[in-house]
Design a protein around this ligand. Structure first.
Ligand SMILES: *Cc1c(COP(=O)(O)O)cnc(C)c1O
Length: 365
């Protein structure tokens, strides 16, 4: 079976991890600092703060803005649940806005209707490796005096023009093993705001600047030096890995038949964390692909507003027609950089054959 994801671990990862272990540098240390500096330089922000996961990066981004009970944060229901859970952790309330059917990201045309006097931040998700419409969103946020927190967990290296994901307001990245680069578990916050970065650093470490002197109630959301060692080996390989993802995506664009292929907006660098098609009879389609030796994934089968904890919080009645449609149509096929050309050909053959058997997709963008 060709897997939907396959982390790329090489000699450099082994060497750097072994060095960290030999140095006895296991928890947060010099490698975390080095990864923060290298990542900030790559994204083009003044500051980067490493965290224990993408989820804790999002959580700290909200806490850094002082968001809490009584506040609202606008996000999308078509995402991984962490994008909304992080809001709930703070005591604030997520307010959902539907996504666009063409690029799967927050629809800026619906945004202003969701903004209330309680709204403090907008948290768009750069899903599958394509930046959300950050320029429009940031302009609306500025008009209303709101913070922008980009969930860039799937968008390492993605860009609009020459501006990278993570460089509007705050960016929150994940380094989970299946993401475009990994540290095992881990995350990163990027920002140009030095004071915000400082507050977030404080919250990451139990509110402690001077050892055992605590200024605020903080957390332990630190990355390990072992994880950072993996990340230091992964980051230099990210541009080539993203290029390989794009080359595979270009072959899919040209050769897939009977399915709806993804849209890349003009001027945007898509890093294809996922290559997501829309198909007829999605669950049968995926089962047939598996029979033909091709793994696939559904990201995501249920809108966040319909997940059990959110139903319990009183969501579920909201009307998010695009999300409802996408959750039953989307299917991601393998696009990771470790695929051989032969495996890419196998995926194309399997998708085209299955679409031939089940009939062409006829929905609209
Ligand atoms: C992976 C992911 C997260 C959470 O990252 P973790 O490192 O798994 O905590 C948040 N949002 C999105 C869109 C993700 O894909």
């Amino acid at each position: 079976m060709i897997p939907i994801a396959r982390p790329q671990m090489g000699e450099e990862e082994k060497r750097l991890v072994w060095e960290a272990m030999e140095a006895g540098s296991l928890a947060q240390g010099p490698r975390v600092r080095a990864l923060e500096e290298a990542f900030a330089a790559y994204i083009g922000t003044g500051h980067a703060v490493a965290t224990s996961s993408g989820t804790t990066a999002l959580h700290l981004a909200l806490l850094g803005h002082g968001i809490g009970p009584g506040d609202e944060v606008v996000t999308v229901p078509f995402t991984f649940i962490a994008s909304a859970n992080c809001v709930v952790y703070t005591g604030a309330r997520p307010a959902f806005v539907d996504v666009r059917a063409d690029d799967f990201t927050l629809d800026p045309d619906l945004l202003e209707d969701a903004i209330t006097p309680r709204t403090r931040a907008i948290l768009p998700v750069s899903l599958y490796g394509q930046p959300a419409r950050m320029d429009e969103i940031a302009a609306i946020a500025e008009r209303h005096g709101l913070a922008v927190i980009e969930d860039a967990a799937q968008a390492h290296g993605a860009a609009i023009g020459d501006r990278r994901s993570g460089s509007w307001g705050i960016g929150a990245f994940s380094f989970y093993p299946t993401k475009n680069m990994t540290t095992g578990e881990g995350g990163m916050i990027t920002t140009d705001d030095a004071d915000l970065a400082e507050r977030i650093r404080l919250l990451r470490e139990h509110g402690m600047k001077v050892r055992y002197h605590h200024d605020v109630v903080g957390y332990n959301f630190r990355m390990t030096d072992i994880g950072a060692a993996i990340g230091l080996a992964q980051l230099p390989k990210l541009p080539a890995a993203n290029d390989r993802r794009r080359a595979i995506a270009a072959r899919y664009d040209a050769e897939l038949r009977g399915v709806m292929t993804p849209v890349v907006r003009p001027g945007v660098t898509h890093v294809f964390h996922q290559y997501t098609i829309r198909v007829r009879e999605r669950d049968r389609f995926a089962a047939r692909l598996a029979e033909l030796g091709v793994g696939s994934g559904v990201y995501y089968p249920i809108g966040v507003h319909r997940q059990k904890p959110f139903l319990a919080l009183g969501y579920g009645d909201g009307s998010y027609p695009v999300t409802e449609r996408l959750t039953s149509e989307v299917l991601s096929i393998p696009v990771h950089p470790g695929l051989s050309d032969g495996e890419v050909a196998t995926v194309i053959e399997a998708v085209n054959r299955t679409a031939g058997e089940l009939g062409p997709f006829e929905g609209e963008r």
